[in-house]
Design a protein around this ligand. Structure first.
Ligand code: CP
Length: 333
């Protein structure tokens, strides 16, 4: 597949990328999945630095395997391996030095690693990007998880053939702890970009960031999709083609789990997502979740293991989007 030459480009939010570039990346993902041999060792001799300030199963392993299959060396770093976590070395120095060793740098930085100061994780990634001569890949910060979003829209395209005009419900679910906003923000931004009719469903007090909502409204207007909000499961799930379930914390007490808890506890039973809720949706509707998922707390086993569920196909696709992204960013360098 012939690609245009790309300059150093970061992948921090899908919103930073033109629609045409995302389309190209999705087309490449499909080709990578269908024709793995074509890409084998195509990035031989290149390396990626992988910073994980927080745990990961899918992001870490899919990127490592993707890198190996492309002939790259993925080098894993944890918080214990670098000075930056202890504030002993500036982001500037770290980024300049590492970009002299590596062809790409991936970073995971959750809210708890930045004291739950909203957008601080994203700010640090963007500072890395400012100083690094090689691409910065967001492995999930406190605002965005673009590799997950790319995988999600790829999976929806794969399962539903067309995204335009399809109804997707982004559904809040109960979780004992307040979780980051990065996944709901990212799935909202990508689905509105692809002409979907999006319903954002959550109980009161779990509204997303106004800035993200405004971006999503603009996306929907441009793409011919729509965005509606609902606090009612039955109304929201009605006629859905895709239900994307995810827990997130209330912004009212962001970073204060103790005060936030009384806001979520009343929804523990109703918003543990059940298979019977899919009776409101279309019969061929699909259930998506980025994983990890707390079984029978976020969603019941019958749903996760049932006929609507595509969670393992979704997780598998993380490998192909990771490969496609690395190839896209590094091949023509
Ligand atoms: N979905 C996702 O990012 O999974 P990990 O936290 O395991 O990487």
């Amino acid at each position: 597949m012939a690609l245009k030459k790309v300059k150093k480009k970061d992948f921090i939010s899908t919103q930073d990328w033109d629609k045409e570039e995302l389309d190209e990346l999705l087309k490449l993902t499909k080709d990578v999945k269908l024709n793995p041999k074509k890409y084998r060792n195509s990035l031989d001799g290149k390396s990626i630095c992988m910073f994980f300030y927080n745990p990961s199963t899918r992001t870490r392993n899919s990127t490592q395997v993707a890198a190996y299959q492309l002939g790259m060396q993925p080098i894993f770093n944890s918080i214990k391996d670098s000075w930056i976590g202890y504030k002993s070395e500036s982001v500037k120095d770290t980024a300049i030095v590492l970009s002299r060793y590596y062809d790409a740098i991936g970073i995971r930085l959750f809210p708890n690693s930045v004291n739950w100061k909203y957008k601080e994780g994203n700010r640090i990634l963007r500072e890395f990007a400012k100083w690094s001569d090689t691409p910065i890949i967001n492995f999930e910060d406190d605002q965005f998880h673009p590799l997950q979003a790319l995988t999600d829209i790829f999976t929806i395209q794969e399962k539903k053939k067309e995204t335009k005009g399809k109804k997707v419900v982004i559904s809040w679910a109960y979780h004992p702890k307040p979780l980051p906003l990065s996944v709901p923000n990212s799935i909202l931004l990508i689905t509105t970009r692809y002409g979907m009719n999006v319903t954002l469903a959550h109980p009161k007090n779990f509204e997303l960031d106004d800035e993200i909502i405004n971006f999503a409204k603009g996306n929907a207007e441009k793409s011919g999709g729509s965005l509606t909000m609902s606090n009612d499961i039955k109304e929201a799930y009605n006629g859905a083609d895709v239900v994307y379930v995810k827990s997130w914390g209330s912004r009212k007490h962001y970073g204060n789990a103790k005060d936030e808890k009384p806001l979520r506890v009343p929804y523990r039973d109703e918003w543990c997502i059940k298979e019977k809720y899919f009776n409101f949706a279309n019969s061929d509707s699909v259930f998506m979740h980025c994983l990890p998922i707390r079984r029978n707390i976020v969603a019941e086993d019958a749903l996760i293991d049932g006929k609507h569920s595509i969670v393992y196909d979704q997780a598998e696709n993380r490998l192909y989007t990771a490969k496609a992204l690395l190839y896209y960013l590094l091949k023509e360098k």
